[in-house]
Design a protein around this ligand. Structure first.
Ligand SMILES: Nc1ncnc2c1ncn2[C@@H]1O[C@H](COP(=O)(O)OP(=O)(O)OP(=O)(O)O)[C@@H](O)[C@H]1O
Ligand SMILES: O=C(O)C1=C[C@@H](O)[C@@H](O)[C@H](O)C1
Length: 287
């Protein structure tokens, strides 16, 4: 049996039913190539005891999965995410969590997972704008009425959404540029999903640029036009994204879980890191 040693960096500390358990992920692979998941037996609610001391990782097949963070998508990983979610929800005390980041950074995908972990509802500000506009798509609004018009409605959407407690909100990629929007987002906490441009362009090229009007402007191949437009937008917006209360850097996270390609990090692993960073921020505010 292989085992993983989890020592630091990704710290999933859970407090459930009064008992504390900790899940520490050591990013540095042991010289010996020995892997060992060492988790304290966790006393669960309803007196169920989950013994997470060992995760059975077969020699050949599953070791890579664990190292790559797929562990987080296992049953134990999902349980840990839920436990962490409860812990962070109690610190949030009903405040919303706003995800900010470039188009394709995973705000919707990760946001839905987070809402489940926190027992929050999920809202997508682009979808909210479409609802306010009687079902007209964002791409159509850009085409028919222009970006400035869309931005007005985006601010209205964020204002409305900021009034509803216990929500995870996936914001539009450009929401950060308007100071007014920060007033609404500051009602809750903001987390920036920082994804390298090349990875964003590869993701977007896989689904096409049709629904993302700011990227759909010339006849170059999908990857090139996405990369070119994202680079320009990212330059304009990097300072604004840095205003977020916490940042999840996919580059750091990939290094941490021993992955070469950030696109191999699962949404559940990213969601866990959002919770870890959000909690760090909330704790620092308390001090
Ligand atoms: N960690 C991930 N692993 C694999 N695919 C992902 C991951 N995160 C996002 N994706 C995929 O990337 C694409 C973009 O993700 P998503 O829609 O969540 O991003 P977004 O930040 O909400 O984008 P936008 O601001 O443009 O609406 C989707 O096709 C989604 O399935
Ligand atoms: O980055 C942006 O400016 C945008 C991102 C999308 O979420 C949409 O809000 C819209 O396509 C504009």
């Amino acid at each position: 049996m292989k085992a993983l040693t989890y020592g630091s960096t990704l710290q999933f500390s859970t407090s459930v039913g009064g008992e504390i358990g900790s899940f520490n992920q050591n990013c540095k692979r042991q010289q010996t190539q020995q892997h060992f998941i060492n988790l304290n037996p966790l006393k669960l609610e309803r007196h169920r005891t989950l013994n997470l001391v060992t995760a059975h990782v077969s020699k050949d097949s599953n070791a890579h999965d664990v190292e790559s963070g797929t562990f987080c998508d296992s049953l134990d990983g999902k349980w840990l995410l839920k436990a962490k979610g409860r812990e962070v929800a109690s610190c949030l005390d009903g405040q919303c969590l706003f995800l900010v980041g470039m188009m394709g950074s995973g705000k919707t995908t990760v946001g839905e997972i987070l809402s489940d972990a926190l027992d929050y509802t999920f809202a997508d500000s682009d979808k909210y704008v479409e609802k306010l506009m009687g079902g007209t798509s964002v791409a159509q609004i850009f085409k028919e009425s222009g970006e400035a018009y869309f931005r007005e409605y985006e601010s209205k959407a964020l204002q409305k959404l900021s009034l509803v407690p216990q929500q995870v909100v996936a914001t539009g990629g450009g929401a950060v540029v308007r100071p007014l929007n920060w007033r609404f987002m500051r009602q809750g906490i903001t987390v920036f999903l920082d994804v390298p441009l090349d990875a964003l362009a590869r993701r977007i090229a896989a689904v096409g640029t049709d629904s993302r009007p700011l990227l759909d402007y010339d006849s170059a191949d999908c990857y090139t036009k996405a990369f070119t437009a994202l680079s320009a937008l990212s330059k304009e917006r990097s300072e604004a994204y840095a205003n977020a209360d916490a940042t999840v850097s996919l580059l750091n996270l990939a290094a941490c879980v021993g992955l070469k390609d950030v696109l191999d990090i699962t949404p559940t692993t990213i969601a866990m890191e959002v919770l870890v960073q959000a909690q760090k921020y909330l704790n620092s505010k308390r001090r």
